[in-house]
Design a protein around this ligand. Structure first.
Ligand code: LLP
Length: 434
């Protein structure tokens, strides 16, 4: 666990988050339960917004909604002055239902449907990030029909290989996302888009991957993108006013992951801004409005999941399983990426760890694990288990597999907890069944 002022052990020996005792939260709201520390989220938003303003000036922190999407998160980030990126009609709908300022929305995706594009354009989203030539044609057709000019960016692939799991690496040459700079396809997409009368091509976007710790990877991306801006200026006289560098800052999950403080995240922004300012001056290009899209780093460590231990199964000399009342339906990240998590006995935080337990979910899959070989005190049925850093890509990737109910989400601030997402019921499961 990465302790902080709002995540610590209280004087009862219980885990406390945002001023609330997790044992009390479990008693009041039940388990499994997603718990989000709202003060952490707000602090991260403020750190990113302030550092960008101080170190660079004109720009926008655009929260990547895919990390955790519900109405309350849009209200929270809006109150801190962020924009947001959405990747589907559903995320856009959620943002619109939260009265999120549309001009601060960026619409992403490698296969947005015609209807999704129409929906976004009619609702005046700030930017659409074009990911294929067909998409440029679709947007042009829609805009011509309703006589509107749409701000667009083009997603390019600068070919930076960041060190992360290969599924969440997005900027390699063979990626399904974007247009490669190296094979000339980015240049053709830019020329095509620039020729469309209803498309206002304001700049380029790239996203090198996720859960990245090396600042150098982001600086290489800045360098490659500004090289390309310079090339376009020299060759075609094309100048861009916006640069969107995506998200991807790593967070602490377990083991050797770096424990980064808010000052540490500010350093990422400082370094990117410093590199960009240097490149702009050196290469003689227009200083672009800078957009950054952090998702995981804003909500990841804000979240924990609380489970209740159901069964303890000890396979002598081989493995000790703790089966909890959740699993891959609320957190599929072990199954998908062999992701690592740290866990704790939330009601007995001062007890000595004396055994290694593998945390198993309740789905009918052998691969349905949450974490392997976790040091814990001797565990019993009914114990409360906390899994840390589950605020990003857990609720948003949850499913009703095995017809399990997706847990509710509560947001906690100054010891007060409120539902952000209410519990599902069995009725919800059959709502659309015919
Ligand atoms: N912008 C774009 C265009 C993205 O594709 C992503 C993440 C982000 C921003 C935010 O990246 P972040 O700051 O959250 O790293 N489900 C995977 C993560 C997939 C990330 C996809 N794109 C996981 O659970 O690790």
């Amino acid at each position: 666990m990465n302790q902080r002022q709002t995540l610590k052990i209280n004087n009862k020996g219980h885990l406390e988050i945002a001023g609330a005792d997790t044992v009390d939260l479990a008693a009041e709201f039940g388990t499994p339960l997603y718990v989000m520390d709202k003060s952490y989220i707000k602090n991260m938003c403020n750190v990113f917004v302030k550092t960008l303003a101080a170190e660079y000036g004109e720009g926008l922190i655009s929260y990547a909604s895919k990390a955790f999407c519900c109405k309350e998160i849009y209200r929270t980030i809006d109150s801190c002055g962020l924009g947001a990126d959405v990747v589907s009609g559903g995320e856009l709908y959620t943002a619109l239902c939260s009265n999120f300022p549309v001009e601060k929305l960026t619409f992403h995706g490698n296969n947005k449907s015609y209807d999704e594009l129409l929906y976004a354009i009619k609702n005046n989203v700030g930017y659409i990030v074009i990911d294929s030539e067909g998409e440029a044609e679709d947007i042009e057709e829609i805009c011509a029909e309703i006589n509107k000019k749409q701000n667009v960016l083009i997603r390019v692939n600068p070919g930076v290989e960041a060190h992360t799991h290969h599924y969440i690496q997005t900027s390699k040459v063979d990626s399904k996302f974007g247009f490669s700079i190296s094979d000339g396809s980015a240049e053709s997409a830019i020329l095509l888009t620039a020729s469309k009368p209803h498309l206002n091509l304001v700049g380029l976007h790239c996203h090198i991957g996720s859960q990245i710790f090396e600042k150098k990877s982001f600086c290489i991306a800045v360098d490659k993108m500004t090289d390309f801006y310079k090339h376009l200026l020299d060759k075609f006289g094309i100048s861009f006013s916006v640069l969107n560098l995506g998200g991807g800052f790593g967070i602490y999950y377990a083991g050797d992951d770096a424990k980064i403080s808010s000052d540490g995240y500010a350093d990422y922004i400082k370094e990117i801004c410093g590199e960009l300012k240097r490149c702009v001056a050196e290469k003689g290009i227009q200083k672009p409005y800078l957009i950054l899209e952090p998702g995981r780093s804003i909500v990841g460590e804000a979240g924990i999941t609380l489970y209740t231990v159901g069964r303890v199964k000890e396979i002598r000399n081989i493995k000790n399983y703790l089966a909890v009342n959740g699993g891959m339906f609320d957190n599929p990240r072990f199954a998908l990426y062999q992701a690592k998590y740290s866990v704790a006995a939330a009601g007995r935080m001062n007890d000595k760890s004396e055994k290694l337990y593998t945390i198993a979910g309740k789905c009918c899959e052998s691969g349905d694990l949450i974490a392997e070989d976790c040091p814990l005190p001797e565990m019993r049925k009914g114990d409360l288990l906390a899994v840390f850093s589950t605020g990003a890509y857990n609720y948003s990737m949850a499913s009703n597999y095995n017809r399990n109910l997706i847990p509710p989400v509560i947001m906690v601030e100054n010891g007060k907890a409120k539902y952000a997402v209410k519990p599902q019921s069995y009725v919800d499961l059959i709502r659309n069944d015919v």
